[in-house]
Design a protein around this ligand. Sequence first.
Ligand SMILES: NC(=O)c1ccc[n+]([C@@H]2O[C@H](COP(=O)([O-])OP(=O)(O)OC[C@H]3O[C@@H](n4cnc5c(N)ncnc54)[C@H](OP(=O)(O)O)[C@@H]3O)[C@@H](O)[C@H]2O)c1
Length: 242
Amino acid sequence: MFRPETTMNDFRSPRPSMLLVGASRGIGLAMAEELLERGWDVVGTVRGDGTRLHELAGSYPEQLAIELADVTRAEQLAALRERLARRRFDALFVNAGTANPRPDDTMADIDTEEFVRVMVTNALGPMRCLEILGDLVRPAGLVGVMSSGQGSVANNQQGGRELYRASKAALNMLMRSYAARQRGSGRSLLVLAPGWIRTELGGPDATFTLEQTIPDIVDCLLAKRERPGLEYLDRNGKVVPW
Ligand SMILES: NC(=O)c1ccc[n+]([C@@H]2O[C@H](COP(=O)([O-])OP(=O)(O)OC[C@H]3O[C@@H](n4cnc5c(N)ncnc54)[C@H](OP(=O)(O)O)[C@@H]3O)[C@@H](O)[C@H]2O)c1
């Protein structure tokens, strides 16, 4: 059984705060570190013990709290909502995501189980997070998801990575529905395309390192707080066509 192992950061903290879902490694971990360095409180979620986020907790005992959440498990998200019921965040960002191991597989090659796993992790999971956890964010706060440039239907001229693309396109479409229901709410809603980055998911051939991209990713996220409504942006704040 998982026990949140850090002390919950101070509810009355004067610092801005973010609930960051999927912060154990890769882009999510680096985003957490960047936000902590910039003086934010972060509640970062992981799926188990002994992650790199746990290592970071020692350096930021006041600012970082770690919680459990597998985005594919609705009951874990409901339990997280309960544990955080007294908190209010300035931002909620769902970074968690996955890809199928053989990116060039077509729909003829992909088995149904793998299709479901990627879709549930990349589309259903993040949107469930927003639906279940969204009201923990202050009314004029930011709610965002990590999509990908590959989720753009308009920009897809060359195919490839077809299941991954489809899962992020589904996420984008679900975000548009969510935004339509929130119209006029004052919320800032972000669908972010971070660029091709060297992580486990991005692979060793990716164009950019985490060091090259994370400051821009965090800048883009924080700047979006000033602009209510939904935008699909790359990390430099440039609009990506849907
Ligand atoms: N790297 C790129 O080039 C790139 C480009 C565009 C978009 N993205 C997107 O950026 C996000 C982060 O990717 P990354 O490159 O940092 O990948 P990564 O290094 O593979 O990290 C994936 C993260 O998602 C978490 N995660 C996976 N499945 C989850 C689940 N069911 N519930 C909760 N957390 C889950 C992982 O947690 P565990 O440690 O527990 O597995 C990990 O923290 C993803 O949404 C990805 O699609 C990445």
